[in-house]
Structure formats: C-alpha cells, structure tokens
Ligand binder design. Structure first.
Ligand code: ADP
Ligand code: MG
Length: 248
C-alpha cells in the first residue's frame, strides 16, 4: 500500500478538494483506496457521506479497538473512508505517547496494506505533531499552492521545516491550485513558475465553480460534472502524474 498525503499549513487552498478527487480517480482506476479524513472539520467526510464524531479514534490509539473498525464504505466503488472524529482535538497529545512518536500514524496504517492499495490522508492546516506523523507515514506529499506570493512562501517554509527536521524534501511535490488566469499575478506565476516550484506537478487545478458545487452534490467533480469539465480534467491529469510518482 502506498500513502499519499495532501498537506499545506494554510487552510482553504484546495487540500480536501484534491484529496477527494484524486482518491476518486484512484478508486475508478481499480485501486482499493482509503481516504482518512484527519481534519476534525470533516469536509472530506461530508463529501464522501461519512458520519463524523464517534470519538472512536481515542480507543484505537489506546489499543482498545482495532483501527479497521474506523472504516466506513462510501457510495463510490473501491473507495472507503475513515471519517473525521471530534476526538482529533486530542490527537496531538495521544500521538506523542507512542514511541517513537513520529511513527504512530505509520503504524496505524500498517494493517490496511492487506486490503488497500492506496491511503489518502486529508490533512488539517497546521504544522503540528500530527503533521510530522503524516510526513513520516506518507510516500508522497502533494502541496496545493495558490499562485500568490504568500502561498509560495508557505511552501518554502514547509521545505525549510523538512530540511531542519530531516524529512526527505523529495517527498514534497507542489501543484498549482485554484488558479485563476483572469488574475495578472496568477497568470505570471503560472507562465514563469519560480525556482521553488521546479518539482511541481504539471497539472494545474483551475478556479472552478464545479469544485465549489462538490459540497452540494456531495461527490467528486468527475461524478457529476460533464466529461470536459476543466477541473475534472485537471484532477484526472494530476492523478496520472501522482500514480506515476507513487509507482501504482
Ligand atoms: N479549484 C477550486 N475552485 C474553486 N473553489 C475551490 C477550488 N478548490 C477548493 N475550492 C473551494 O474553496 C474552499 C476550500 O477548499 P478545500 O478543498 O476545503 O481547502 P482546504 O482543505 O485546503 O481547506 C471550499 O469551499 C471549496 O469548495
Ligand atoms: Mg480541508
């Protein structure tokens, strides 16, 4: 099983949208896929029809319940979900009790390798202990970057964190998210990407009303939009690049 994380210290940059859409394409390609909604706000749980808030994660971390009990089916073939859990507010504290403390999430994921080919971690926007667990567990970390200087700076700070903490920087792959070609700055940064974006995915996720509609449809874009929808095509392309990078 490969583990893909979608991470950015910033909120509202398209992490959850990418998690759900990429997981959908992975599942549609025949890979048994598990989305773990690690954000207590539960946005990917909402899109995938999960019920958040059962507080079971605490028991799993205490070793009282097997981690497999957290998994729920979704309406989509080959796609399962671990919904967000309100007990995530304790997650940082709980993970710190495990030795070695950065390995807890990797260990929790281990039993799933018998059933799943891909785990997708939809991450909360914070540089926490949980984030360090994600950086350890993930084979690849996609970082949505809105084409603005502040977003680029946040990505640079993440790379600095990786270097300082000894995480492999090559796990990090940025991609442009919510790109709006009507804006001058977006166009400039898309046409002449700064050096820091050299390892980026080539797919660019456009600013799109169909992504906004996911909340109302409770489905990935490709499940309801026309087949030539620009965002659906961008996520399809991003998935192909991601699959290649993961070797799945
Ligand atoms: N490509 C996009 N185009 C338009 N709106 C988007 C796009 N990606 C995300 N959004 C919207 O922006 C908000 C934040 O997106 P989300 O994926 O939840 O970000 P994050 O998980 O990084 O907080 C949501 O309301 C979502 O519908
Ligand atoms: Mg999110």
């Amino acid at each position: 099983m490969k583990t893909l994380a979608i991470y950015n210290v910033k909120g509202g940059v398209g992490k959850t949208a990418a998690s759900v859409n990429l997981a959908y394409f992975a599942a549609a390609s025949g890979l048994k896929t598990l989305v773990w909604d690690l954000d207590s706000q539960g946005a990917s749980s909402w899109y995938l029809h999960g019920q958040p808030g059962e507080e079971k994660t605490k028991k799993v971390l205490a070793g009282e319940t097997p981690v497999g009990r957290l998994v729920k089916p979704t309406p989509f073939e080959n796609l399962s979900l671990i919904p967000a859990d309100f007990s995530y507010r304790y997650l940082d504290v709980m993970l710190k009790k495990v030795e070695p403390p950065r390995e807890a999430l990797r260990r929790l994921l281990k039993p799933f390798s018998e059933t799943y080919s891909l785990a997708v971690l939809d991450c909360p926007p914070s540089l926490s202990h949980l984030a360090d667990n994600v950086f350890t567990a993930a084979d690849l970390i996609l970082v949505p970057v809105v084409p603005t200087w502040l977003s680029l700076r946040a990505y640079e700070q993440l790379r600095d964190h990786f270097k300082a903490e000894g995480f492999p920087v090559k796990k990090l792959r940025p991609f442009y998210s919510m790109a709006d070609r009507r804006r001058g700055l977006h166009r400039e940064l898309l046409e002449a990407p700064p050096e820091i974006m050299s390892a980026r995915m080539q797919a660019v996720v456009p600013y799109s009303s169909s992504v906004e509609r996911m909340g109302e449809r409770r489905a990935p874009v490709a499940a309801f939009a026309p087949s030539d929808d620009a965002a659906a095509l961008a996520y399809a392309e991003l998935w192909l690049e991601t699959a290649k990078a993961l070797g799945v």
